[in-house]
Each structure stands twice: as structure tokens, then as C-alpha cells.
Design a protein around this ligand. Structure first.
Ligand SMILES: Nc1ncnc2c1ncn2[C@@H]1O[C@H](COP(=O)(O)OP(=O)(O)O)[C@@H](O)[C@H]1O
Ligand SMILES: [Mg+2]
Length: 295
């Protein structure tokens, strides 16, 4: 697979603050990378260096094999940044047209309004849009040049449920067309739904890098729990295939193992007498908190 972005030992130091600390990572063409981590971790700074908006203090950033501030690179990027200000006294459609004029082969107005869900807002003054609609406008502007590489920095903050749905549907469609996407978000359900790969950043460093599944499995919190309806010894429970650990309190049992399907198969196969069976899957939020506190 071809790398679209390469970061090699990249650091960014502001006066007395190391915002990004020796970060190295590659983003493959056509993949969705989610950068996650607490506020102040260095996600936005990393995105800005990928965009060529901020220069690294040390290390190298390459986008499409070139420096990100080259014009030929910039023409293929689109970005939705955290802070966006809308231009006073211009209508939504006028702002979109202005951005379209920056590119050689922009998407049509109709396409951009549909992709961002702003069909009803073309003639509204941008300042009159709701917070969520302003985020959608920012999305439309990011897509104006039909970019191959798209950056989305906390894109859904301020969007309501239906805006989010339109937004992620469009992002999925872009992914299906082979676009490369880098996003940051605090919503782990969004990461689980869309990311091919997750990099967890804390204090400017990468502390975990893998698929959602790989990151979740590091916490080993998958289990099935149930209540025994007859006597079963702890030895028997411990020896069941796929069981890594048994927690037991009288007839209340929790079996831990990486694969909950296998755990269910095992307890059925061995005719364990039980009721109130429950599957407990580790979630990404748990994994994130655990990895951050361990780093
Ligand atoms: N222009 C700047 N000048 C000084 N410090 C900055 C600047 N931009 C970001 N920082 C600091 O760098 C750290 C990382 O910030 P940022 O990349 O915005 O984190 P995140 O996006 O993960 O919340 C924070 O401590 C922040 O205060
Ligand atoms: Mg940020």
C-alpha cells in the first residue's frame, strides 16, 4: 500500500511547551486514520503540520511524497479545522462559490450542497446559520476542490443527530471512492464506525497504533457473565476453552476471554447450567482511558 502521509520523528515545540514529541506515522492511501487522545494531546498541531500550516520544530512531514506547503500538494487537500469563522454579509452559496473558484476542477454547487446537507441554506446569510449548519458549511468548503486527502478536526462538535448522520454518510461515501481521511474526534462511536486505524496521542506522543479491534483487545475486558442454576466447580470453569480468567461470587460468574463468541460456544457445549447470560464487550472508550493512564 502507498503512503499518502509520512511523519518521521516530528516534534513541535512552542516556547516552553512540547506539543508534539517525536511522532512517526504513515497513512495509507484510501484509509481512514483517527487521531484520538485527551484535550491538549497534540492532535490539532499534528494535523496542522500535515496541512503545512505549521512547521515542525524537528523531523520531516511528507504528503504525497512532497513538502505539504507545495502548491501541487495543497490543491489535493481539503480541511475542516476546529476554529472556523464565517465571512460576514455573504450567503452560504456565495462562500461556497468563492472557495470553488480557488480550484481548477471544483465540485459543483449542487454536489457540495447535497454532500453537506445544506440544500435549504444556499441563500441564507452564513452568519444566520446554526452552529451545526456552520460546521456543515465548513465541510462543504473542505470538499470544494474535490480533494484526495481530507482532514476533519473534531468535525461533529455542535452537530445534532441528523446532521451527524448526513455527515458520516458523506464521509463513508468518500472513503468508498478511495479518498484518504484523517480525523480527530472525542466520540468513540464515530471512531468505531469509520476508522481503519487509530493512533492514540498523549502528551504529543503516540502511545498506541492499530485497528479498533487491536486497540480494544489490549484491555482484555471482554467477558460473559451469568448466574449458575446448579453446582459447577471453579476448576471446571477455569478449564473451559477460551477462558483466560474466572471471577466468581457464589453462583454469579464472569468468564474473561478475548473472543466472547468462543466463550458462549464453550458454555453451551459443556452444558453449564445457567441463566441471565450477558455479553460484556470492552469498548474503545475503556481502552483509551486505560492506555492513557498506563502511559
Ligand atoms: N500556537 C500555540 N502556541 C503555544 N502553545 C500551543 C499552540 N497551539 C497549541 N499549543 C499547545 O500545544 C498543546 C497541544 O495542542 P493541540 O494540538 O491543540 O491539542 P489537541 O488538538 O490534541 O487538543 C497544548 O498544550 C496547547 O496548549
Ligand atoms: Mg484539537
Amino acid at each position: 500500500m502507498k503512503s499518502v502521509i509520512e511523519l518521521n520523528g516530528v516534534s513541535k515545540i512552542y516556547k516552553n511547551k512540547t506539543a508534539v514529541d517525536q511522532l512517526s506515522l504513515q497513512v495509507e492511501e484510501g484509509s481512514v486514520l483517527a487521531l484520538i487522545g485527551p484535550n491538549g494531546a497534540g492532535k490539532t498541531t499534528t494535523v496542522k503540520m500535515m496541512l503545512g500550516l505549521t512547521k515542525p520544530t524537528s523531523g520531516h512531514v511528507k504528503v504525497f511524497g512532497q513538502h505539504p506547503y507545495e502548491k501541487s500538494v495543497r490543491e489535493r487537500l481539503g480541511a475542516m479545522l476546529q476554529e472556523t469563522s464565517v465571512i460576514d454579509l455573504m450567503k452560504t452559496g456565495e462562500i461556497i462559490d468563492l472557495f470553488r473558484s480557488y480550484y481548477k476542477a471544483p465540485l459543483s454547487m449542487k454536489q457540495l450542497l447535497a454532500m453537506s446537507g445544506l440544500e435549504e441554506c444556499e441563500n441564507k446569510l452564513a452568519t444566520s446559520l446554526s452552529g451545526g449548519q456552520k460546521r456543515r458549511l465548513s465541510f462543504a468548503l473542505a470538499l470544494a476542490g474535490d480533494p484526495h486527502l481530507i482532514f476533519l478536526d473534531e468535525p461533529t462538535v455542535g452537530m445534532d443527530v441528523s446532521s451527524r448522520e448526513v455527515f458520516w454518510r458523506t464521509v463513508s461515501a468518500l472513503r468508498d471512492q478511495g479518498r484518504t481521511i484523517v480525523l480527530t474526534t472525542h466520540y468513540m462511536d464515530e471512531v468505531e464506525a469509520i476508522a481503519d486505524r487509530v493512533v492514540i496521542v498523549n502528551n504529543g506522543k503516540s502511545i498506541a497504533d492499530g485497528t479498533v479491534q487491536e486497540i480494544k483487545s489490549t484491555t482484555e475486558k471482554n467477558s460473559v457473565s451469568f448466574t449458575l442454576t446448579d453446582q459447577v466447580s471453579s476448576e471446571v470453569l477455569n478449564s473451559l476453552p477460551g477462558v483466560d480468567q474466572v471471577n466468581r461470587n457464589g453462583n454469579k460468574v464472569e468468564l474473561f476471554g478475548a473472543d466472547t463468541d468462543l466463550l458462549i460456544f464453550t458454555i453451551v457445549r459443556h452444558n453449564i447450567p445457567l441463566k441471565d447470560l450477558q455479553i460484556n464487550k470492552s469498548n474503545l472508550e475503556d481502552a483509551l482511558q486505560l492506555l492513557i493512564s498506563a502511559s
